[in-house]
Ligand binder design. Structure first.
Ligand code: ZN
Length: 491
């Protein structure tokens, strides 16, 4: 993303005249804002990576959990986006090439401190980058030691910024390495005269915004047309699971509204945060509303208007998926073997790295590779239930046999390990040792908030309802009459 630059035509620094403090600050803010803009690309990439095709299991013969037929591996290859792809579009700037002499100070404030800025550039390592930036041998060595714990030198990228300041006598006053949109690493002098590194989080500004739209082709397209991340689709599917099936019951003319947190950095959009309220009014689906509420700090969930949890004590869907690529089917005719080979679970197509959550509270009974299941986590629950999560890309650190987990706790990420042709989660459920269909069994009503939190919930709900009401979308769609039931059971 960085502009290709000819190392021979080295541009001169932008500012060589002393600046007033305010101007220095403005210049810093401008740079930070540019950095934040670069972060926008990242947010978009992550959101888009959550949707897209997936594949089913491969392998004809029945391992313990998996006995699915090979399925179309139709998805385009999806790759995880770069951790952070920053650009520094503000040209001209100091060179990126290590061979050139140290950069001239870009800004000098009235105290005489000089500020230097450059990028990691094409340096072959962290120390060479520091030397190329104009730091001395001793300083570079000390910085490398101080930052070793805080910064992963192998992840340094050419466009990341190196910033430091020197006193008029040449002393190093400050060193910063800007590697992430929301934070950077700073080295400071301790009382003992040693350099110490700390990660400094930038202050995110969170704005609650409301948007809405009308469905023309699909909910996903409508959400995108409203300028929202496509990941919001997953929230609708997950929260209204069991109440509406968007792939069969969405109609052109249906409307939706969303209240969502927008995270901003230095006054610019960074990424979408927590979705707070969703509403869907459909000709077929009827009117649905859900509100996000934190009963305890950090433990939020979705509730209906009365304060009843929408998802019960089990998650039927333990990851944010794109589609069900293979349902539970104990009498599935194998397309190649031409005999009945059961599919002992549900396959959720999702991209590699998508978080997988524990479907209910329980104790981990297996965590590790297990033959065709690939990386497998199994959890034993009360009442003779056991849930299984197969083909994981990674198992979350700390998830091992005997560990207690809570519902919705992160246990790993979607992958394609074991006998699998593409990234998906195989979710299996056993009751007293026998496989059952999770989608049919796990749909009990959720619990009602107890009186104390329910009062808090009502106040929060009123605020969110007011925010939803700010989005005007015209007339509601006319409800469709119930579908005729006459032809039921004819085939
Ligand atoms: Zn499967």
């Amino acid at each position: 993303m960085t502009e290709p630059r000819d190392p021979l035509s080295r541009p001169l620094p932008t500012v060589e005249m002393p600046l007033l403090r305010g101007q220095v600050r403005a210049a810093r803010a401008r740079r930070a804002a540019l950095l934040a803009t670069a972060g926008l690309g990242l947010a978009g990439g992550v959101v888009l990576a959550l949707v897209g095709g997936g594949e089913g299991d491969a392998g004809p013969e029945g391992p313990e959990l998996e006995s699915a037929a090979p399925e179309a591996a139709a998805a385009a290859p999806r790759e995880a986006p770069e951790m952070f792809v920053a650009t520094e579009p503000e040209a001209p700037e100091v060179p990126e090439v290590p061979e050139v002499p140290a950069p001239a100070p870009t800004i000098e404030d009235e105290s005489g401190a000089r500020r230097f800025e450059t990028t990691f550039g094409q340096a072959r390592g962290f120390r060479p980058a520091l030397l190329a930036a104009g730091l001395s041998d001793d300083e570079s060595a000390a910085l490398e030691v101080a930052l070793a714990e805080t910064l992963d030198f192998r992840r340094c990228r050419p466009e990341q910024r190196i910033v430091y300041e020197r006193a008029p006598d040449g002393r190093l006053l400050l060193f910063e390495y800007h590697d992430q949109p929301t934070s950077f690493v700073r080295a400071v002098w301790g009382d003992d005269g040693q350099l110490r590194a700390e990660r400094v989080e930038r202050e995110l500004e969170v704005r609650r915004i409301a948007r809405g739209g009308t469905v023309r082709t699909s909910l996903g397209d409508a959400i995108e047309a409203a300028g929202l991340g496509r990941g919001v689709v997953g929230v609708f599917i997950e929260v209204f699971d069991g109440k509406v099936n968007f792939s069969t019951q969405a109609r052109a003319g249906d409307r939706f509204r969303v209240v969502v947190d927008e995270e901003r950095l230095e006054g610019r959009f960074l990424r979408w945060g927590q979705v707070r309220a969703i509403e869907y009014v459909g000709a077929r689906a009827g009117r649905l509303r859900a509100f996000y509420f934190e009963e305890r700090p950090g433990r939020g969930d979705w509730f209906d208007e009365d304060g009843r949890q929408l998802r019960g004590s089990w998650l039927r869907i333990p990851c944010r998926y794109d589609r069900i690529s293979s349902p539970y089917n104990p009498r599935r005719m194998h397309p190649i073997l031409r005999r009945i080979v059961p599919h002992n679970g549900v396959d959720f197509a999702a991209s590699t790295g998508t978080p997988v959550w524990a479907a209910a509270d329980g104790v981990v009974s297996w965590a590790g590779p297990k033959g065709p299941n690939g990386n497998l986590v199994s959890i034993r629950h009360e009442g003779g239930w056991e849930s299984h999560y197969a083909h994981l890309h990674r198992i979350q650190r700390g998830i091992r046999r005997g560990v207690r987990v809570e519902q919705r706790q992160l246990i790993g990420s979607v992958g394609s390990t074991g006998r699998s042709t593409g990234p998906h989660l195989h979710f299996g459920l056993k009751h007293n040792g026998r496989f059952t269909d999770p989608m049919a069994v796990l749909n009990g009503p959720g619990r009602l908030l107890p009186p104390g939190p329910r009062g808090r919930f009502r106040r929060e709900r009123r605020r969110l309802e007011a925010a939803l009401a700010e989005v005007s979308l015209g007339a509601a769609p006319t409800p469709e009459p119930d579908e005729p039931q006459a032809d039921e059971g004819l085939d």
